[in-house]
Ligand binder design. Structure first.
Ligand SMILES: Cc1cc2nc3c(=O)[nH]c(=O)nc-3n(C[C@H](O)[C@H](O)[C@H](O)COP(=O)(O)O)c2cc1C
Length: 202
């Protein structure tokens, strides 16, 4: 394990449940892989912009002149992709917002899911290029979505698993920090998730 990329999403610094659990996970990763470099990308502090016309030309144009003219706008995408492709393990710690992922995480995804870099179109369909990597998802939610009547309304885990598989990352484990807004469950949510961190297969 050479490099581990940890994506933090919650803007609630100090009280964030997903960040608390990621702290525990980071401690375990540091202990298990003392030689690995841990790279933190905090999307709440270091915001990825939305894709604009110039960035799209830089990263998806087929015209070399257009690519060259917009080169600067493609640099952040290049940098974020390098960070991802240089990592053996990706950790995404995110809250559920309105049943999906926060737009800050979607913006990061829009910058790293890029044809020719993290996936390619082949004769036999789409092929992921982010090979030989694992991912761990830490998902915090006010309700319970791992099971029960709300499970069909979870658009976080199925989406993240799908997009990771699309770029070639198939080995994905999930830690849920759930029930945070349900008084009878809230107190146990972080301790249960921290116990789940200990059970992850690293
Ligand atoms: C804008 C917003 C939208 C939310 N939407 C949902 C939701 O759809 N379902 C849910 O269970 N919890 C929802 N919550 C609750 C959060 O998922 C919960 O507070 C969680 O702890 C956030 O993670 P964090 O503590 O790491 O910030 C929402 C919270 C906010 C601020």
């Amino acid at each position: 394990m050479k490099q581990i990329l940890i994506i933090e999403v919650s803007p609630r610094t100090g009280v964030s449940a997903s960040r608390k659990v990621t702290e525990k996970l980071s401690a375990r990763l540091r202990a298990e892989f003392p030689d690995a470099k841990l790279v933190y990308r905090d999307l709440a502090k270091d915001k990825t912009p939305h894709l604009d016309d110039s960035t799209l030309k830089a990263i998806s144009s087929k015209d070399p002149v257009e690519i060259q003219a917009n080169r600067e706008s493609g640099r952040l995408s290049d940098q974020l992709i390098d960070e991802l492709l240089s990592s053996d393990l990706l950790v995404i710690a995110t809250p559920m917002w309105n049943f999906g992922i926060p737009s800050s995480l979607k913006a990061w995804i829009d910058f790293v899911v890029r044809a020719g870099k993290t996936f390619s179109y082949t004769e036999s369909g789409v092929s992921g290029l982010a090979k030989n990597k694992k991912a761990i998802l830490v998902i915090a939610s006010g309700g319970v979505f791992s099971d029960g009547p709300w499970k069909p309304f979870d658009f976080v885990e199925p989406y993240l698993r799908h997009i990771l598989r699309f770029i070639g990352i198939e080995d994905v484990q999930t830690v849920r920090v759930e029930g945070l807004n349900i008084p009878s469950l809230a107190g146990a949510a972080v301790p249960n998730a921290e116990a789940a961190v200990e059970r992850l297969v690293l």
